[in-house]
Structures are given as C-alpha cells and as structure tokens.
Write a protein that binds this ligand. Sequence first.
Ligand code: SF4
Length: 748
Amino acid sequence: MFITLIKLDGNIGPSYSRDKRKKAMDSIILIFPPQFEPFQPYLSLPVLTAILKSRGYSVDVYDFNIDYFNWVFSPNYIEQSLRNFDKKENGRDKFIIERGKYALLHLSEAIQVLKTQKAFVNLPKYKWAMNVLRTALEVVSERFKPSKIDFYEARCGSTNFNSFRIYNAINNSHLNLFEEFIEDFVIPIFQKNAPDFIGFSLVIHDQLAFTLTLCREIRRHFPKIHLCAGGPLVSRLGQEMAVSRHISQFFDSFVIGNGEETICELVDALETGTDPTKIHGVLVPGRQDKFKSRLSENSLSTILPDFSCLPLEKYFSPYLVLPYLTSHGCYWRKCTFCCHRYPYGKYREKPIEIVVNQLAKLSEDYKTKYFSFSDEGIPPKRMRDLALEIINRNLNIKWFTFARMEKAFKEPDFCNLIYHAGCRTLMFGLESAIQRVLDLMEKGTEVANVPKILSACKKASISVRLDAMIGFPTESEEESDYTLKFIRRHRDLIDTPFSIIPLSIFELQRDSPIMKNPGKYGVYPKEPLRGDLDYQFRYDIQNGMDYSKKVKAYKKYISILNSEFNGPSICPENKTHAFIMKCLHDERLISADSFSKIKEKLNGYVPVLYQGIQCRPPNTCNGNVHRYFLFNLLNGMEVEINSLCKKVIDLIKNCYTLKEMLACFEREHGFLSNNFKASFWAFLKFLFQNDFIYFVHSILRQKEDSFFDNQEFLISTKEITSCKKEGYMSREFETGGPNDKSNFGKIS
Ligand code: SF4
C-alpha cells in the first residue's frame, strides 16, 4: 500500500511503502545526550520528530540530558557517591563529605526552589538552591576526577577535544561519569523496545563522552541498530569524527548540515536498501573521504516543532521556556571571527505569518508564554513586522533573541514597540568600543550608536546581554582598556536589572573568515589547540596582545565588572533563568534591590548569612587564638579571617543593620579612620560577591531569618579541614599580628 503525506507547511511529501517500512525501519529513537544546560528543552529533537512523524515514521524521543540531571540529583546517587569517600582520610575528602551531606539534605528543597515560582522569585533562595545543586555535582565530579560535571560543562577524563583521550576515558570506569546511568536507566529502555535506528543530536563537545559510551553499549547489546550522529557539532567536525577510529567505530553514519531533510532521506535509503553515501550531507565512515556539501540551503522547514515528545515538567525552571527558530543562518554573515553561520548555510526566513501562527499554537498547546528565539540575529525590519503581527494578533508572549547593534535600535519608538510585543532581552555583540577594531571584525556596527541603543533599551525596559571580546588580532592593551572604560562610562545605561556583560577572549576558529586570510590580520595559525576534535587553533600573532596579556586583562576586567556592576550579583549565568527573572521583575514579582550596590544599603539594610556558611573557631593546636575560618559549604570556599572580621560575622548573626554595625565599632574603637571604613566595606563586598551574605531590608529581617536559620551551622568543635578553592584561599584577611584589633587586613 502506498500513501501520500501532506506536510504541515502545505507541501506534498514523498510516497512511502508502509509494508516495506515495517520490515526495515519500524522504529526510530532520537536522543539528546548529556551534558547541556538542563533549564529548558533544546529545539533539534522536536523539529526532527515532527518531520519524521509527518512522513509516517514511528519516533520515540529521549532527552537523556534532563534524565541524567534528575538521576544525579536523586538522594540515592549522591549518597552512593559519598560512600566512595568513606575510606579516605585526607582533609579535602572530609570537606567534600561534609559539603555533600549538606547538599544531600537539601536536594529536594533546592529543586523545588528552581521549579516553583513562589520560591524562585526570592533571589537569595534561588542562589542558595543553585549552589546546593552545584555542590551535588561537585561531589560527583570529585568521585570521578579529573572528570567533571556541572550545569555548563562535562567531560570524562581531562579533555573533550582529543578523540584518543576521550576513548580511553570512557573505557575507564573510574573516569566515566555516565556508565551507571546508561546501565541502570538507558539500556533497560532499549531492552523493552529496541529500535532500528538511533539518531544523536550533538550540539557541543560535552555531549561526546556520553554518546560514545552509549554507542559502545548499544553495539554490545544490540549490534543491528543503525547509529547516526548529527547536529551542529557534527556539522563542523563530521570529517574528523569519520576519520578517527576512536569515534567512527561507534557510528554507521553522520549527518552534516541541516538534518531535517537529510535524516528523512537517510532513513528512506536504509529502508529501501539504497546506498546512503549518495545522499548529500550523509557521511558513512570508511566509505567516503568527503561528504557532499549541501547544507540544505533551500529548505527551511516550516513544520511545527513537536515538543510533546519531551518530558517538559522535568526541566529545572518554574516556567517552560520553549526554543523557537524564526530563521536559519545569519543575515549578516560577515564578522571575521565568527563561524556560527558555517553549519547553517545561507540565511533563510520563515514567513512572519507562519512564525506568529506557530508561536500562538505552541503557547496554547504547552500553556506557556515564554520563548527563546534561537536565531543568530533577527534583522530590525523583520523584528518590527514580527512585533506588529504579535500585537495585531493580541498574542501574549515574552521572548528574547540575539540582535545586531543596528541603528533601528536607537529609536525609542522601535524599542517600545518590540517591548510591547513581548521582547524582554536583546543579546548584542558589542565586542569592542574601538571603531578600528569593529571595522576589522567587519561587525558593520558603529560605536557612536551604542550609547543611544543602550539608552533606548533602558527606556523601554529591555535588558541587554552585551558580549565583549578581548584581544582581537592587532588590538592593543590600550584599545582593550578603552572598551572597559567605555563600558564603565555607560554603566548607568548598561547595568539595568538582569542585564549582563559576558566577556570572552578572542579565539581563532576554523571556518572563520580570519582563518581563510590570516595574513591580513597578522595571524599565523598553528595546530588545533587541544586535540584532533578542536576547531579552535593555536596561533602566533604579529601585532596585538599576546595570550598572557589577554588573560591578565580578562581577569582584571571581570574583577572590575564584578565589583562595580550589579549585574553579576543579580543576573543568573544561564539565559533561561535570567530571562524568566527579567519577565517576573517587570511584573513586579521580583525585586533586585537587595542585590544592588552595598554602600547604598547603609540605611536600613541587614546582611544575612546564607544557609550553609560556617564560622569555625581557631585551630587551637597551633596556639593562635586570633584566627578564625569562614567556610562556604556551597561553593567550597574557605577564608581565614582575623578577630575583627569575626566580629563582623557575629554582628551579622545578630541581625545588625550596616549602620548599627558601624556604630558598634565606633563605640568600641572611637573614631573610625577612612582606612578602617574602606576595609569594612571591602570585607562586606567580598562576603557578598562570594555568596557568604545577601541583604534584606531591616523590616524583613525576621521573616528572612526563618528561611535561613544560620545558627545551626555554627560548628564549634570540628577539626579544621581544608578545601582551598584555587585563587580564593585568602591570606588577604591576615593583619598585623595576633593583637591587631584595628584592621580588617589588606582587602583589595
Ligand atoms: S557574530 Fe553574529 S552577526 Fe556576526 S556573522 Fe556571526 S552570527 Fe552573524
């Protein structure tokens, strides 16, 4: 029997034989592997699922990334991980056990904080919850070290960029983070219902270790299943993966470029027994040296993504944020450092009417108004059309997107329009405040427009994410410093609630225009930086900052931004939570006031210790009774403090306002010198920036104390153990000697 399918975008799809299909490709499984941020679903599987289903295939989808995080955050698994430290005696392990036990006790509460709006809007509580879960991940990392897992990174062994080393690491049970999960959780799923075809969607290197481990196990248990990898990572590294025997042995095919049409053709070919190597964009290891480049440039699917295939309740956010793509590729395509556009081919747009229809449908079907647009950037004219259509349709949605700093954003009316259509955050690439550097980057933007754009965004209440880059080839230290000065000078326009300035150091990327003409930039490329799977390259440079200067500048700028801007304290690192908080802030459900500048809190604010902070008495063994240790169980930080700092901690425990604290010191020490006051503020700032304290208005102090009862964490008898987080173990608080009572120490 032959059937003809009508695709949702109106085109007529090809005909298929169902009888044949049942024999060859009866069931397909698509997998999104860990590790990736677990705060919202990723778009690739819902799109592929919709397309395959529209062609009559039976598809099951597994976001093993979210399943893995939920599995790791189970008390059983953390308990089991902690048992691995039982026999070890050194201080570091003791501290990890202590921290792990704390996390274990609070895991379910922390997860609830991230998932329920009422708790999520309490910023200190949100930070505490994220830190509890991070601590649980640190315990797991310690167990498998040097392997590592956190919300933003995972690796088995020491690298994700060298196929030989990844292969060795996944075959070493002491290093493989994922083996137990695969054995206990994943394989039983396949045992119940083994598919004919498994497709992996790989976006970043951090997903490789899990994928290879799972493929190894599938090869062992179910050797007939066809294993295929695709996604942006494979689009860029397919060739390298296909020639590396450590990788290629696990796969039957790779899909390079946009996979929507290619995966259908591949499955059809497998079903009908035709040669898959003839398909553009398909690479079969051992049978092709090169894939035929296609990148599906003419076919941007307008199909509605099918999110029903995902466990939407499992993501760690209080509201569901759905990813959506209004266009494919970048409409600018010129920035000389950029390789983002490479995997996506030329720029293609979905008609605005279809976009808004689909947003309305998704909003209704999944009961959410929150969307993250995954476009590389939406041109202003198109953004205006989109906004007008959303407003005309009276569609109540909120969204954020990447955009270029184009003139249109200078217009307050334009920014107001898009705000009313639901735009809450714009993510801009500022990169540099030097026009010469921007021109060399071919950014196509003008520094002169930046303040006006920021001002229009601020007036419209749109928050910004302003990416800046340090060390573009030929950029001097002075030029780089100027960008920082520019940012500081416009602090009032930039540092709005839930705005942030992520900094990065220039990377020489394969497939970027610079790599094609390095001489023009005085760049001399060498080998891939970290291994055969890296697309970042080592290089020498003729003019500009060398690597050590870039790193030094980076650290200096981060430290300045952290201390002068409110954003780093207020805004969550991940875009999903930052966006939700911005939306809730605009609905007056979140106040960021208690996270703004410390000195502004002199009137009536109370510093509060986070739960999980311990102030331990001096180690009497060394006879020094004037040293205390402040531990942060949640970020592993240990600080040695003097008796004066200890006094501050005691006053914090007794709910003193900042003004009352200074008055108390004045009573004890008489006149307080400027140095004394500077040290006092610096100590408080240190505590605040490193998540030891947060602030509440004094009228709320009783209420907050009931959330975070600090007293139970004051431990008085335990031997001091040490876990010194790199770069943070501070001798800065040591002062002039055991009798020193007037100085907080050299706090920079
Ligand atoms: S940096 Fe952004 S605007 Fe520039 S080419 Fe890349 S994706 Fe396009």
